[in-house]
Design a protein around this ligand. Structure first.
Ligand code: TYD
Length: 169
């Protein structure tokens, strides 16, 4: 197995592990689906480097959804993200951002492919089970927004040989 870079985000390491943010939305907790959704990420082989419950507020949602400010659904989107706590997760793996987006599926649950989380668990364009960062740059900014550094754990390399070939990490 290759050496695990101590700083997982080292830009020149082609085989670096990447980290991404997932939020289990309030609808997911209200429908008692949290365990099932977390299990899908775990079974894929993504490692949970951080996880906690949070009650979101206006301030964090204005920042998180800044790209949607002015959209007609902005108000109800924010309200729906505050009806219950969310579970915030930092997931880790090679190409984690793209892998998690693929597992998550299209925004609209009615159009998302069967087999994806949104395709399998929801009928809505908004009550769509999870948020997942859409680029490495977004993941870095969003992880900083939702987690303190000490809430994200260095998982070491104990199980990497079970998850990847020797030349992948
Ligand atoms: P967006 O960042 O476009 O999608 P994604 O979550 O797939 O990255 O939108 C953020 C959230 O805004 C989306 O998960 C649900 C909500 N939303 C609506 O309610 N209606 C819409 O038409 C769109 C595009 C998004």
């Amino acid at each position: 197995m290759g050496m695990l870079c101590p700083n997982l985000r080292h830009k020149t390491d082609k085989r670096m592990l990447e980290r991404t943010l997932v939020l289990l939305k309030p609808c997911t907790l209200e429908r008692a689906l949290a365990g099932e959704i977390i299990g899908r990420f775990e079974r894929k082989g993504l490692r949970i480097a951080g996880m906690k419950m949070m009650q979101l507020d206006d301030e964090i949602l204005d920042a998180h959804y800044a790209h949607l400010k002015g959209k007609p659904f902005f108000g109800i989107l924010k309200a729906s993200m505050m009806t219950s706590p969310v579970v915030a997760m930092c997931l880790e793996g090679v190409d984690a951002v793209a892998v998690v987006r693929g597992i998550t599926g299209d925004t609209n649950g009615r159009k998302a492919a069967p087999g994806t989380i949104r395709g399998d668990y929801c009928m809505s364009n908004q009550q769509n089970i999870v948020h997942a960062s859409d680029s490495p740059e977004a993941a870095e900014a969003e992880l900083k927004r939702f987690f303190c550094p000490e809430e994200i754990f260095d998982l070491g390399d104990t199980n990497l040989a079970r998850l990847y070939a020797a030349d992948e990490v």
